[in-house]
Every structure is written in C-alpha cells, then in structure tokens.
Write a protein that binds this ligand. Structure first.
Ligand SMILES: [Fe+2]
Ligand SMILES: [Fe+2]
Length: 185
C-alpha cells in the first residue's frame, strides 16, 4: 500500500501553509507487515503489529479522504499507542536488566517529542498528515530493525525473566499462532 505526499493547492487546502519541505512531495510510504520485523519476543512483536496496523489505518483514512477532524483523532490514537508501546518496552528492559536501557529510552523520548511536534502541526494544518505518516513509518521501522532486535535478543537469554512471561501464550499471539490463524482464515 503506497501513499504519496499531496502537493499544496488542492481543493480545501489552498489556505493551508506549505508543509515542511523536509518530508514532502516526493516521499512514498509502503506500509505492510514484514516477517523481518519479527524479533521473536512475543510481547514486542504483538505491540509492533498493532503499531503497523495503526499506520495502515492512518494511511487508509488519508487515501479515502477522511475529514481533518477524523485524521486528528487517528493521529492521537497512533501517538497514544506509540507512547504506551515505549513504556511497555522500557518495562521489559527493566525487568530483564537490559544494559543499554538508558540509551534506548532516550531514543524513545526523542521520537515522542518529535511526534508531538508533528501531531501539533498537523492539527493546525501546518504539516500534511502524509508527512507525519512518512516520518513515523520511517523512524519506527528503522528503530525496530536496529534497536528493538537487541532488546529481544537480550530478553531471550537474560537470567531475569519478563513479568508474566508464562502468560504470553494465553494472552498474546506467538509467531506460530499468528501464522496458523492466517492459514485458518
Ligand atoms: Fe518497539
Ligand atoms: Fe524501542
């Protein structure tokens, strides 16, 4: 699924200032779940799937011309879930005594700050929602591939185990269970 940034000047957008040139006009976003995103840590993978789904939801809303107020609500949904996910991942790092936790946490804090600025600009029509989508998709997926993989590897081998790990299979979808669900449907 692709989305391209809209050029300014279309119907209904004429009064809106041009979006920041940094993320506009030529960027294309491809939003789908890839098996390469899977870290093998069930809690992280389950939440990452929801994240990618929410990006997709925002993309669909943009593509189908949802009104600005609706896009704002979805962006709030994305922002809140990103915040929740970061806290959840930080708790996992704490529970398993991840040595690089402070550095990882700083990256989360930085992204949340940037996301907050972006969301506020979109709210005031000073940034195109497509550009926010490009930003979160690019940043987060790179973060998953580079940094969350290390957290998952650590959690797999750590002596200190994640709280409620034994309940994962009851409440969360493991990779195998997910694949079986897809095949059954
Ligand atoms: Fe993550
Ligand atoms: Fe992370």
């Amino acid at each position: 699924m692709y989305v391209k940034s809209r050029k300014p000047g279309r119907r209904g957008e004429r009064d809106a200032p041009p979006a920041s040139p940094r993320y506009t006009r030529t960027r294309t976003v491809f939003i789908h779940w890839q098996t390469s995103f899977e870290t093998g840590q069930t809690l992280i993978d389950t939440e990452h799937r929801v994240l990618v789904f929410l990006f997709r939801k925002l993309h669909v809303a943009i593509r189908t011309g949802s009104p600005h107020v609706e896009l704002s609500h979805i962006i709030r949904e994305v922002t809140r879930f990103v915040e929740f996910h970061f806290l959840s991942e930080e708790n996992l790092m704490r529970e398993t005594h991840y040595p690089q936790m402070l550095m990882h946490q700083a990256q989360h804090t930085d992204l949340l700050a940037q996301l907050g600025v972006f969301a506020s600009k979109v709210e005031r029509r000073r940034e195109a929602p497509e550009d926010l989508l490009y930003f979160v998709n690019h940043w987060l997926l790179e973060h998953i591939a580079r940094h969350d993989q290390h957290v998952a590897e650590h959690a797999r081998d750590a002596v200190a185990r994640p709280v409620a790990e034994r309940d994962y299979s009851e409440f969360l979808l493991s990779g195998a269970a997910r694949r079986a669900t897809v095949m059954d449907s």
